[in-house]
Design a protein around this ligand. Structure first.
Ligand code: AMP
Ligand code: MG
Length: 487
């Protein structure tokens, strides 16, 4: 990939069409760039040559320090509700959108850098990122992708050679991230707050064309856009819930219009099942706890609706009524996705068992997990062996053996499908203690563990000998897991 050939690759649609939301900007120098992880598979998907990305020119592209001629990197403007409080101006304080690439399937994808230096949106921040959190985003995104969850993905993490001051001095890095776009609820909030209706309309049209093209055909395209996002987010959050994933910072600036998971900051997978599970050090009120995620998503979508009101109807009351009605699609869509997903997690096809009976079995299983604080992932995974006649691994997880035996008898009577069970319940997720070990080692210069972790989480469903460690929850002495934002 000579810099020349990249020229033809990048588009700058966001910068051109939504200039009011884009500040042309340059990345900070990276004194000594060194490739830590490169996503070969994703590079190829994007039509980029992995070998050429790992050359000095490739690393300059991945750190934003030399742009192909014609590329227009921009910092994107957005607003957002953070833990319920509105900030009118957030924006890319340590990130840049390099531009859009057309992937091998003809889809437009954003290439975005995180940790690329200060921008006009940095406020008090240094614009930088440390190696550990950027590798964390890489690992989590790959895991989610492999688990079938719509997500942004990391293309690469490059160490910059520049130290970053946090509680201690840490090695700095830039994450190159690929997303179907970086349009957020907060982007609409920002556009709406400008009072420029033309801008808001252009933004909505851009979002429709890029993510929800069928909305253009609807009688009311902007209302259809809203409903498409409501449905995409309801289905997304249901997937998180089925996997025990806790995003941790569901601010409106971290909710995409595309329906992809974005911004793996303080996220983590829940182990012992408890709806009140929170990992983020700052989420003291539990606003973004595991069990509160559907409510948080719906709240964010209400903020999205508010920003769209001027496009929904000329009359404010009429616009509000339409928005409320459309937001009403969240709850049934979420419930349907959750119960369909749970049915699959119990290995029951559509034909097996009446809906009420299956819903009740699922609810009871979840209650057993809760009562005995059983690891969510192992609890469901053990159903596969139980369906194949070996219930001991499952029974070994519970204290209430009489209860679980009674449940097993009723469940087995519905003839669960063991291959559906194994396809619906992952064996390998990024276990919190292993993520921490891998990131600590990488920060100290040894990448072996993080490379191994990425390989493991890329194939979550199929048991592989020798990886027992990766399938087990954290040892008792790991204690309560705390994660941090904005690092
Ligand atoms: P996040 O919590 O990562 O979604 O970020 C929220 C906001 O804080 C965004 O506007 C970020 O660009 C900004 N931000 C986070 N970390 C930094 C940093 N180190 N320097 C400047 N801005 C930052
Ligand atoms: Mg963010």
């Amino acid at each position: 990939m000579t810099t020349g050939s990249v020229t033809t690759v990048f588009q700058h649609r966001f910068a051109d069409e939504l200039g009011e939301l884009a500040v042309p900007w340059q990345a900070a120098e990276a004194p000594n760039p060194r490739l830590l992880l490169l996503n070969d598979e994703l590079a190829v998907e994007l039509g980029l040559d992995p070998e050429e990305l790992n050359t000095p020119d490739g690393l300059r592209l991945l750190t934003g320090t030399r742009m192909p001629p014609g590329a227009t990197p921009v910092a994107q403007a957005y607003a957002g509700h953070q833990f319920g409080g509105y900030s009118p101006r957030l924006g890319d304080g340590r990130a840049l959108l390099i531009g859009e690439l057309t992937d091998r399937e003809g889809r437009l994808r954003d290439l975005h850098l995180k940790g690329s230096g200060r921008t006009p949106f940095s406020r008090g921040g240094d614009g930088l990122a440390a190696v550990g959190p950027m590798l964390r985003e890489y690992v989590m995104g790959e895991a989610m992708h492999a688990l079938g969850v719509p997500t942004t993905r990391a293309l690469a993490v490059v160490a910059t050679g520049r130290p970053v001051r946090r509680e201690t001095v840490l090695p700095g890095a830039v994450l190159a991230r690929v997303a179907s776009s970086h349009l957020r609820v907060g982007t609409f909030q920002y556009a709406a707050a400008t009072g420029d209706l033309g801008l808001l309309r252009r933004l909505a049209d851009f979002a429709i064309e890029r993510h929800h093209p069928t909305a253009a055909l609807a009688e009311h395209p902007y209302r259809a856009l809203f409903e498409s996002v409501v449905v995409a987010q309801a289905e997304l959050v249901a997937r998180w819930m089925l996997l025990g994933f806790v995003h941790g910072v569901m601010n409106t600036d971290n909710m995409t219009i595309s329906g992809e998971t974005i911004d793996y900051g303080p996220c983590a997978f829940m182990e012992a099942f408890d709806p009140a599970t929170v990992f983020s050090s700052i989420d003291t009120g539990g606003r973004y706890s595991y069990g509160n995620q559907p409510v948080a998503a719906e709240w964010n979508l209400a903020r999205f609706a508010e920003s769209l009101l001027p496009l929904l109807a000329d009359d404010q009351d009429a616009a509000v009524a339409l928005a409320v009605e459309s937001l009403g699609r969240f709850a049934p869509t979420y419930s349907a996705a959750w119960s369909t997903g749970l049915r699959a997690k119990l290995g029951l096809s559509r034909a097996a068992g009446a809906v009420d009976e299956v819903d009740e079995l699922a609810e009871q299983f979840v209650q057993f997990l809760r009562a005995d604080r059983v690891d969510w992932t192992s609890g469901f995974r053990a159903l596969g062996s139980a369906a194949r006649g070996s219930a001991e691994p499952l029974r070994g997880l519970f204290l209430d053996l009489a209860g679980i035996d009674d449940w097993l008898a009723r469940w087995l009577a519905l003839a669960p499908d063991d291959s559906l069970l194994d396809r619906s319940n992952p064996l390998y997720i990024p276990r919190n203690h292993l993520v921490e070990d891998a990131l600590d080692a990488a920060t100290a210069g040894d990448l072996a563990l993080v490379r191994q972790l990425v390989e493991v989480v890329r194939h979550p469903w199929t048991e592989r000998p020798g990886l027992e460690l990766y399938a087990a929850p954290a040892p008792e002495d790991f204690g309560r897991y705390t994660t941090y934002c904005g690092t």
